[in-house]
Design a protein around this ligand. Sequence first.
Ligand code: ZN
Length: 231
Amino acid sequence: MKIYSDPRLLSLGIIHGTVSRQAGNMRERANQDALFSQLNIPTDKILRLHQVHSADLVTILNEPAAQAQQATSPLTQADGWIISPQGWGASVLTADCVPLFLWDEAAHLTALVHAGWRGVAQGLPQKTAHQMRQLGAQGKICAYLGPHIQKCCFEVQEDTACQFDAGCVIRQNGKIFVDLTKDIIRQLALEGVQEHDVYAPQWCTCGNKEQFFSYRRDHHRDVQISFIYKP
Ligand SMILES: [Zn+2]
């Protein structure tokens, strides 16, 4: 098992990352519990969502809000978190979608977003950075894009391509590809996030079967988990 994370965020004391497929299909709660137990993270302090490819975020700024959220049943329908309190964390599930991590200078505010193509097309990355500013993010905002389908594999039809900024659409040999990474960097820049503060390694879920589940490649519903936890 490997955890794909950002050294800058680790150095701020935030345990986080996207977990490779060896840890199992994270749609199964038992696999999540086993993972967090192995990492010495209390699984009942990790918040979870019912993801619906929306542009909705849940904001958790203190311990009571975290407790109330954890007691909510069924799970809240949304696609991202802005979370602050110590001793709490949050997770999202992805196969090819982008697990997007954001944090302000001292990681007082952190965010974890499930940014699928629909979320990106709806401006969810920009919205997240904007909300962090409104919530009082201190200093610069940094970002990390975890493993997701890259432009090499994300071939689309015109009806999808037309929902993206033209600069993020690649047309070659009669095929159309969307560069989700580039569009996220573009959206974050609109909120003042500098490109050199964005870490976006080219880890392609679709192109690396050994490490990642990919719906595009295998048409299974298996997913990997991304999480963020502030001890
Ligand atoms: Zn690829």
